[in-house]
Each structure stands twice: as structure tokens, then as C-alpha cells.
Design a protein around this ligand. Sequence first.
Ligand code: VG1
Ligand code: CO
Length: 547
Amino acid sequence: MKNITVDSHPFADQKPGTSGLRKKVKQFQQPHYLENFIQSVFNAIRGNDSFAEKALVVGGDGRFYNREAIQIIMKMALVNGFGKLIIGQNGLLSTPAASAVIRKYQAFGGIILSASHNPGGPDADFGIKFNTANGGPANEELTEAIFQHSLSIDRYQMVEAEDIDLSQIGSQQFDKLSVDIIDPVVDYADLMEQLFDFQRIRELLTSANFRMHFDAMNAITGPYAMTILEQKLGAPAGTVLRAEPLPDFGGDHPDPNLAHAQDLHKRLSGDHAADFGAASDGDGDRNMILGANFYVTPSDSLAVLAANATLVPGYKDGLAGVARSMPTSQAVDRVARQLNLPCFETPTGWKFFGNLLDAGKITLCGEESFGTGSNHVREKDGLWAVLFWLNILAVRGESVEDILKQHWDKFGRDYYTRHDYEAVTNDGAELLMTALREKTQTLAGLQLGSYQVESADDFAYTDPVDESISQHQGIRILMRGGSRIIYRLSGTGTEGATLRVYIESHETDINKQSEDPQNALSELIDLASQIAKINHYTGRNKPDVMT
Ligand code: VG1
Ligand code: CO
């Protein structure tokens, strides 16, 4: 084994986005690209004295290039002074499990290899992110420091050595570095068992009149769902669909929405529909919830979990507070108001919940993008949300649809949709946002069709814990009565730009709560494209994806 220092040169594009650095696999495979980024991470976190004593957790969602990347990271960690690595068997760890493992073993932090819901394979996407000791994504200050290091890096260090075999659980020594290979599921499954009433969920899942399906989308949650749902909770064999993690996710997008989970959707449709359906994404942090012939928006899901939290053992004493990302619908705000709980509105991206969770200001939080989580880890957690729902269903003994309808009856329904315009030109997208930003100054008070603009701005967030400020987090057009139109550009894409338009409106009339959201929101949808001149700037006259 020989230590080497490799001369390198900076790449200008290693700025982490909403959730780490995401690029095409081909880009990561260029000489020095991955190594530069890892060295930049190590350079940014060096100086912390626990570097050598504490462990670094490493794992990923199993996508193409996961194995190669882990070997490189190990060889770099050794020379960079780490004393111990904790690695999921075969290099696998879901994002929420990585967070749980970092916390449980009081690790220094972790490196998660994933591009989440983006497709995988030699021509698709790869990603890396660094999580800190609380188990959560690095904050903006740290990701910026990593980026700055990447702009000036001229060398990195590693050993020349054979690859390590990651297939056997146990400890081994890699020169001075001890490497613990752990079962990727056990610690996570234990944590779930502490939070939820497994006995009651087991009764539900084994009863003759309840049927569920979970679509793991050929991604990382397969082994977790098999262990927890089928083995521990007794769900019938075949409950988990597409359970084997594949490096290319079977060629599909591991993105839990109706378009990408068609088989699941079919099983939840029609006269013979199953009672409950759920899916998770590539790295296991997202969730989609379905009832028989019924789709639950992620924003509503968060609100229902908050309203029913005390039915679940892990939350039986109530919630400290809740938070949602700015574009997420205001459904949870209504629950918070009723329960007299603090409710926070953060920018998009899980990293913004970290301080609120660490400070004990919130217990539950979520995003419209199929993300829900709590203070049990510092990432959003797909299977956790599924178990939360199952626990509620087991206690209430009602259907998903009935639970939602009662919820809307009590709080009103927040009609909600997100329209994505994918892979538009960067220039067009930037011009559109710049023009909108200017326009916000003239919109207040205007009557637009049946809506009157109350205020418009570019969302800025001051973190209530450390008072750091994050600007330019999305254009908000707020109407009288609470309807909203929001625009922002995605920070996770790898091709051109993606414009996201979020549209919502509150309906308290119980007789008007069963419409298709696209119809209920049609006037606002039209307004949204006129105000931003979407066709003019992007050349598109309809979105690529509507959720
Ligand atoms: C998207 C979602 C955001 C989420 C992020 C990471 O970001 O909108 O809510 O936190 O993905 O999720 P963007 O910048 O593309 O809108 V995941 O499951 O990719 O870790
Ligand atoms: Co994800």
C-alpha cells in the first residue's frame, strides 16, 4: 500500500445544489472529478479534532458507479487521517438509514452516494452529499466552503491498494483504517420499531380485509421494505413490488409519482383496488401515499400525519412544532393553528429543517416533493412515512379516502399542483426568473381575473436558530384569501434548467372538495403561465410533469 499525492486541476462546476452534487455519471468518471470533490469535502471539514477518533459513515443507493466511488472514498479517507469507516454491506445505505447510523454511532458525519429520484445507469445520474454529525445534510455555509475548496484544488491524496471486499458484515483493517461493514437495514428497522406500534400494524397487514402494496422502484428501499413489511410485520409475500435494487433501477425513474409507479397505481385503481399503496424513491427518502382509487398529495399527507400524530407511540405526547418548505401547501399550517403549535416556513431542501429539529422547535416537517420526516433522523424518510400511515390506519380503522375527507371537512381542502418544465434552456429560465423578480414590485394590489394580489416577493429566509439568511428562494405571488403561485428553478437537475411552478388554493365548501385539482385550479394555472410568460421564455406551452 503506497500513499500518493495526485496533481489535479479544479473543475468549475462542483457547486452542490438542493441536495449535494449531482451530475451525469460520465462527468463523475472523468479523471480527478470525483476525487477532487471528495478532497474538497475533506479539506472543508479538516481542522475538526474528532476527525481521527470518530467514524465516517459511507453508503449509497446502489446506483451505477456506487461501488467504484466507495472504493475511491475509502482510499482517500485513509490518507486524509480518518480512523474508522462504517459502511453499509455492499456499499448500500438508504439516505434515512445513513442518517440514523450517523446518529446512532455518533459518527463524525457521512458521505451519501445518490442522485435520489434521478435515473441511474452509465448514461444517467450520480451524486454525492456530505452529512454532518447530526445526521443531516451539510448546511449552506459548509456546502459553500466545499465549493470554494473545489475551485482552487490542485492535488488530492489517496493510497494505491487493492479494492476492499464489502460483501461480508464485520470489522476489517485497511492499513491504519478500521472498516466496519454493517447490515444496512438492522439499525433502521430497530428505530422504526421504537416509533411505531408494530403489533397493531401486524394485525392490520395480516387481516383478510386489508391489502397493501409498496413499490420499491428497483431501488434502495427494497431490502428495507422486505425486512420491515414482509418479515417483521407479516405482510403477505408479494406486498413489496420491484424489491431488488438495480444499478439502473430497471431503466425507470425511481421517482415516486403516478407517472413512474404505473403498476402500483393500477393495483390501487378500479373495483378490486388494494386499500393502501406507497412508493419510495432511489435513495429511500421520498414517499407517495395512495388509498383505493385515491391519491394523497404530499402536502396533505404531512397535514394528516400532524393531525393524527398522537395516535402513534413515538409521538403520543404531541408535537413541539411543525415546518414545511415554502412551496409546500399551507395544509399543515391549518393543523398547527388548531393544535396551537409553532409552524415554520423554510426554503426548499431538507438542510433547512436541521437547525429547527436540533433545537427541538419542531417534531414533524415535510415538503411537497414527496418528502416527510421527523426528529427521529435528519433526512426525510420514505418508509417511516409509510409506517406512520399504517399506524394511523390500524388505529382508526378507516380508509385513506375517509380520513382525507374528514380532514378536509375540518380544515378545508388545499387544492395543490406542481407543474414542471424540464430541461429548458438555462438562459431562458434565468431571464424568466429575472423578469418575474422585477415584476413582483408592481403586482401588489392588482386584480387578476377573480384573484387580487396581496403581495409578491422573492422569498428570503432567516434561520430562527443561527440567524443565517438565505435569499432568492423562489418568487411568491400571494393572493387575498390565501391562494398562491410560486416559481423556482430546480437545484437537482443535470440537464439545462427545470422550472417548477407551484399552485394552490384553499376550499372550505365541502361540496366543492372533490374536484380534479387541475380543474379546481385552472384559472390560477392560466394566470401563472401568463404572469411569467412561460411560453415566451421557455418555448413550452405545457408542463412535462404535473404532480
Ligand atoms: C427537489 C425537491 C426538493 C427536495 C430535493 C431533494 O429539489 O423540489 O423539495 O428537497 O429535490 O430531494 P429541486 O431543487 O429540484 O426542486 V431528493 O429525494 O432528490 O434527495
Ligand atoms: Co431522494
